[in-house]
Design a protein around this ligand. Structure first.
Ligand SMILES: Nc1nc2c(ncn2[C@@H]2O[C@H](COP(=O)(O)OP(=O)(O)O)[C@@H](O)[C@H]2O)c(=O)[nH]1
Ligand SMILES: [Mg+2]
Length: 113
């Protein structure tokens, strides 16, 4: 019988024995925030702020003209893979100016996607 995580489970299941941290990385607008939010079984933590003219030279909207916000800290979501294993998904902000934050976010991570 397959394992179906309950989408309305806010708290971690008591059977979970192992939690793995996985980063979701990539350039601005590749879909990191969407990805974490889509996979997460809990309401994802989002830190979206509206794009402004000040970032126009950095944030290339070619191909994603309907994108109106950008991540200014991180995305967070949770995905229970089976009764004993849970993934914590951390989406990074895409711009180069967040390099220091990326380094901090890697602490304790199993890997990155
Ligand atoms: N076609 C397509 N568009 C996507 C997909 N994922 C995200 N998008 C769109 O790409 C844009 C960037 O998404 P976002 O998740 O904010 O990117 P981030 O900057 O990497 O966090 C948005 O306009 C999304 O609607 C996908 O899988 N396919
Ligand atoms: Mg984002």
């Amino acid at each position: 019988m397959g394992f179906a995580p309950a989408s309305d489970d806010v708290y971690l299941r008591p059977t979970v024995r192992r939690a793995l941290k996985v980063l979701v990385v990539g350039h601005f607008a590749v879909g990191k925030t969407t990805f974490v939010g889509t996979l997460s079984e809990i309401r994802p933590l989002r830190t979206e702020e509206v794009l402004t003219q000040a970032g126009a030279l950095v944030d290339d909207l070619a191909g994603t003209r309907d994108k109106t916000t950008t991540t200014v800290a991180l995305d967070f979501g949770r995905l229970t893979l089976n009764p004993s294993l849970v993934l914590y998904l951390f989406g990074t902000p895409g711009q180069q100016r967040f390099t220091r934050l990326w380094a901090d976010m890697t602490r304790g991570a199993l890997g990155a996607l």
